[in-house]
Design a binder for this molecule. Structure first.
Ligand code: GUN
Length: 292
């Protein structure tokens, strides 16, 4: 192995410790706990797992969480009513609407309703618009891309002037990751399903962020020697040697890429823990903004 492993679990713990200290200071000053309202629509097992991990993290850091579990067939009007109520509630500092929503719901309308001061996911069009504009600052940066950049910076990877390739253009990861990298003066290429000759584009990347949800898609010989590889993928792969019958793999073929890259995140234990840590940081910040 030539690559240095980027230990997301360790960095996530550091962020969580910092947040816990800030939360404890606020509570010593008599302020209420920063509180996250989670909104889960329907019964997707993956979404339910993510939401309960977020609630658990709130409790571990001395923060509050309020859970809203809604039936898969809830109407747009009912969901919008709940968001408006959460926007007004003095008890709620951050609002997290777990995505994806069932297909009959208009995600864009829901996300644009979330008050920007409570938009701890950073998905409101105002926060994303500010992220895209020079000289403007969003109140909150989307948690997964925020975690990716945090890891690169902590590992001392030079972002300014680097060729960064983002594989995937989702609203949740790829696009905001690309905007963050541009904001840090990288030269950014966004690749997707129609990109021609993907391996040769990727071979030019000093920094590579893979977020397409295809197990072990990216091969080791596509990686530029010494590159920093951040793997956002969490895919399950059948594995008869495991009790569960499967194991988690990223979008990158780790065993191959680790022999070529300079830095690489493992799956699990890389970007995953950072997403929740950054959500906790954003929620604590939301409380600071609303009640300095
Ligand atoms: N679904 C997958 N990732 C995320 C995330 O970071 N936030 C929300 N709200 N939904 C998601």
């Amino acid at each position: 192995m030539t690559a240095q492993l980027i230990d997301g679990k360790l960095f996530a713990q550091q962020v969580r410790d910092e947040v816990a200290v800030n939360v404890a200071k606020r509570s010593a000053a008599g302020k209420p706990k920063p509180t996250l309202a989670t909104v889960l629509v329907g019964d997707r097992v993956d979404s339910a797992t993510y939401v309960s991990a977020k609630q658990k993290a709130c409790a571990e850091l001395g923060m509050g969480s309020i859970s809203h579990q809604l039936p898969a067939d809830i109407s747009q009007a009912e969901l919008e009513k709940l968001i408006k109520k959460l926007n007004k509630s003095k008890k709620v500092n951050g609002i997290l609407v777990q995505l994806p929503l069932p297909s009959h719901l208009d995600e864009e309308r829901v996300l644009q309703l979330v008050s920007i001061e409570k938009d701890v996911d950073g998905f409101s069009p105002i926060n994303i618009g500010r992220l895209a504009q020079k000289g403007r600052e969003p109140l909150f940066v989307p948690c997964t891309p925020y975690g990716c950049i945090y890891l690169l910076e902590k590992m001392g990877v030079q972002i300014e002037g680097a060729n960064a390739v983002v594989l995937g253009r989702s609203n949740i990861v790829g696009m905001p990751a690309a905007l963050l990298l541009v904001g840090k003066n990288a030269t950014v290429t966004i690749c997707h399903s129609r990109t021609k000759d993907l391996p040769s584009v990727i071979r030019n990347a000093d920094i590579l962020i893979a977020a397409i949800g295809k197990p072990e898609f990216l091969r080791g010989d596509w990686v530029k020697p010494g590159a920093a590889v951040v793997d956002v993928g969490i895919n399950s792969k059948p594995d008869a040697t495991k009790k569960s019958g499967y194991r988690l793999v990223g979008d990158v073929n780790f065993d191959e890429a680790k022999e070529v890259a300079g830095f690489i995140t493992p799956v699990p234990g890389g970007v995953g823990p950072m997403t929740i840590a950054m959500l906790m940081r954003n929620t604590a910040r939301a409380a600071e903004i609303q009640d300095p």
